[in-house]
Design a protein. Structure first.
Length: 168
């Protein structure tokens, strides 16, 4: 294949299913109402300053809200939080948030109780990524749940999976 040829979207999507990705709930409040989405395209950018990238589809219901509020949490789900992921993928708007599982973080964003990691972020920059916005978040607070650290909920081969437990 020459550099000028493009692969089809179907081939690309299939190839990307081979990548296991952590499942995150990216969340914010707008006028006191929680909003959020599930994102698997999240990665570290820099340690100084501490920043992460979050790729959000421009058609996602929470996309514009995230850009307006300019603050958000990235909540890495544990394998036990599969019901949270299913709730986010089956419901819309504030119905995605069961109040028993969420609290308000230091940046006034919804944070998931017992998440593996929670990053509370200020929006630093937004870049165009064709169908997605590439959001750069400057991390203001990071909370690591050592009890859940080894058991992330993953997206792999178009289905939920979880990371294997570490050997003791």
């Amino acid at each position: 294949m020459s550099m000028n040829e493009q692969i089809s979207a179907d081939v690309f999507r299939h190839a990307m299913t081979c990548f296991a990705s952590g499942i995150t709930a990216v969340t914010t409040y707008e006028h006191g109402t929680p909003a959020g989405l599930i994102a698997t395209s999240v990665c570290s950018l820099s340690a100084d300053p501490a920043t992460i990238l979050v790729c959000v589809n421009k058609s996602a219901s929470a996309h514009d809200i995230l850009l307006r509020t300019r603050r958000f949490a990235v909540n890495l789900l544990s394998a036990e939080q599969l019901p949270v992921a299913r709730r986010f993928t089956s419901l819309r708007g504030p119905d995605r948030f069961d109040p028993a599982h969420w609290r308000t973080g230091d940046l006034d964003v919804p944070t998931l109780l017992d998440a593996v990691v929670v990053f509370e972020c200020q929006l630093a920059k937004v870049h165009d990524g064709f169908t997605h916005s590439i959001i750069v978040g400057q991390i203001v607070k990071a909370t690591v749940n050592d009890a859940r650290e080894a058991d992330c909920l993953l997206w792999h081969h178009r289905d939920f999976a979880h990371s294997p437990q570490r050997a003791a």
